[in-house]
Design a protein around this ligand. Structure first.
Ligand SMILES: N[C@@H](CCC(=O)N[C@@H](CS)C(=O)NCC(=O)O)C(=O)O
Length: 205
């Protein structure tokens, strides 16, 4: 078994985990206790000094970015219906939303949960939470207007871009913010994504 994924429940490690379930890959899963600043304790710090999840080990290789890990797994597998090749008409939008899931949505999502829930109360800043909410709202509106498939970003159907963005919708739903932030079609999109068998297996692990 080549891949080992370090995972903590409800975190960004769901992205590669969900993808591996969609791909039918075999992998080893190390489930860690999530603790801000000390996930996995000393043992995990020796593997990943950042003590964040996900981490993927493939032999001597260690990767620490959820979207990069997805691209790595997809690249290793070769062309499939879960990714787009450069000669595909939707290659640009695919890359755009694959990365927006973490680079754009992910930053504001972290600020929102940090300043609403995770930080000690005296460190929370309501203006930052408001700013993050405004940016998530405009990004969710753009997503809603950009979706080309019935329950997918791309016309050709479900892809890793949906996993990247879908994880953010999961977190917003979990903290009770999705209905306020996302337009109706994006809420429906998340309702459909979470019915996928691979998502159900990933979230249960
Ligand atoms: N950009 C990284 C972010 C990784 C990250 O921040 N993971 C969070 C969980 S969702 C974490 O492990 N946080 C622990 C901490 O900040 O102490 C990725 O997409 O993998």
């Amino acid at each position: 078994m080549a891949f080992t994924l370090f995972h903590a429940r409800r975190t960004r490690s769901l992205r590669p985990l969900w993808l591996m379930e969609e791909m039918g890959l075999s992998y080893e899963l190390e489930v860690l206790d999530f603790k801000m600043g000390n996930t996995g304790g000393e043992k995990y710090a020796a593997i990943n000094p950042l003590q964040k999840v996900p981490a993927l080990k493939d032999g001597n290789l260690l990767m620490l970015e959820s979207v990069a890990i997805m691209e790595y797994l997809l690249g290793k597998q070769g062309a499939s219906n879960l990714s787009c090749e450069p000669d595909d008409d939707e290659f640009g939008p695919y890359l755009q939303w694959l990365h927006a899931g973490e680079s754009h949505f992910g930053m504001y999502m972290s600020l929102l949960i940090g300043h609403r829930l995770l930080l000690p109360e005296e460190q929370r800043n309501a203006d930052i939470a408001k700013w993050a909410t405004a940016n998530l709202t405009s990004a969710a509106e753009l997503l809603g207007n950009s979706m080309k498939g019935e329950n997918s970003i791309l016309k050709r159907g479900f892809s890793a871009a949906d996993i990247s963005v879908g994880y953010v919708l999961f977190v917003l739903d979990m903290i009770g913010a999705l209905d306020d932030i996302a337009p109706e079609n994006v809420v429906q999109y998340w309702e459909a994504l979470k019915e996928r068998p691979a998502w159900k297996r990933a979230i249960a692990l």
